[in-house]
Design a protein around this ligand. Structure first.
Ligand code: TYM
Length: 329
């Protein structure tokens, strides 16, 4: 089987964007691939974290993966920080990455603008650590949202550069970007992607929002002065809601346009809100159950950390040898 690798930062709670752009696709792809999913806690350190909260968020993320339908007995779901190979390969790959390449990363520029008081070196080399994550496991495919596409490209560039020097060490990974939901936009500013760090709570649907909150946020979603439910570039608010509705129901834009022909935005927004809330309900219930079963989650973490380390070390030892580091005696 081919290897699938992906992960999410363990910062805050997940958004509907994380779910539709990534997690939902992961679940749909599990049977086809040998799957490895990381709780990317090292990446979260690029912004300042409150330790106790951070630890809780990382555990919640693990449980959300499982609640969404990933199976920790079949898929390897582990903590990035528990496998030291990430940091070790990250360093080696830093030495094969040019500053010019990192300077072009749009996410670095965005994040540096947002966190002007803490533009740390980790934020800058973030894509290299991400490349190490992926290459350590010899991943063939990496399902992500559109915003990670550039990071996948630099990962491929670094891997190809390394392979050109040392022979075929790394598998060159492909991004897998879903047709629907790959870029969910803010409900308040549809020109901007939905993000957990948004300061306007109404802009973002959180996976653990209750039904009333979800419906209320969709009711307040920014649209336009027309009243026709139609997918169009000049209608970013409505198009985003259609994208969400489509990703959740599997309906095409045409089918959605037909379904709401002659109805107003109010009816449409309510339908989107109810559909999303209904869809998330089972996940939320499983999540609540899981968070009560500490022993189960912990045994899964332990088992999978070991499995991940086994895969990672295989690649790491090979890389160390290729670059000429002295082998352990
Ligand atoms: P992160 O934690 O920001 O986001 C996790 C996943 O959610 C997707 N996503 C979205 N998709 C659609 N619409 C949105 N509004 C939206 N917001 C987020 C992201 O594209 C991503 O797939 N660097 C990564 C984490 C990471 C990683 C990796 C991913 C670290 N190492 C190795 C894959 C492989 C990140 O910050 O994602």
């Amino acid at each position: 089987k081919k290897v699938l690798y992906s992960g999410m930062q363990a910062t805050g709670t997940l958004t509907l964007g994380n779910y539709l752009g990534a997690l939902k696709n992961w679940v749909e792809l599990t049977d086809e691939y040998e799957c490895i999913y990381g709780v990317m806690d090292l990446h979260s350190l690029t912004v300042r974290q409150v330790p106790a909260e951070f630890r809780k968020n990382a555990r919640a993320l693990y449980a959300l993966y499982v609640a969404a339908g990933l199976d920790p007995e079949k898929n390897c779901i582990y903590y990035q920080s528990h496998v030291s190979g990430h940091a070790e390969l990250g360093w080696i790959l830093d030495c094969f990455t040019y500053m010019g390449e990192l300077n072009r990363m749009t996410q670095f520029k965005d994040k540096a603008a947002k966190h002007a008081d803490n533009i740390n070196a980790g934020l800058y080399t973030y894509p290299v650590l991400m490349a190490a994550d992926i290459l350590l496991y010899q991943a063939d495919v990496v399902p992500v949202g559109v915003d990670q596409k550039q990071h996948l490209e630099i990962t491929r560039d670094i891997a190809e550069r390394f392979n050109n020097i040392y022979g075929d060490v790394f598998t060159i990974p492909e991004a897998y970007i879903g047709k629907k939901g790959a870029k969910i936009m803010s409900l308040q500013e549809p020109g901007k992607k939905m993000s957990k760090s948004d300061t306007n709570a109404n802009a973002t649907i959180l996976l653990l929002d209750d039904t009333d909150t979800i419906i209320r946020k969709f009711k307040r979603a920014v649209t336009d002065s027309e009243s026709e439910v139609r997918y169009a570039e000049e209608k970013p608010g409505i198009s985003n809601l259609m994208d969400i509705y489509s990703a959740v129901t599997g309906k095409t834009y045409e089918e959605i346009e037909k379904e709401f022909a002659g109805k107003g935005y109010g009816d449409f927004k309510l339908a989107v809100g109810e559909t999303v809330a209904d869809h998330l309900k089972p996940l939320q219930e499983r999540y609540e159950q899981l968070m009560k079963d500490k022993a189960y989650i912990e045994s899964m973490i332990k088992q999978n950390d070991e499995k991940a380390a086994y895969y990672a070390n295989k690649t790491l030892r090979k890389v160390q040898k290729k670059v000429g580091l002295t082998e352990r005696i």
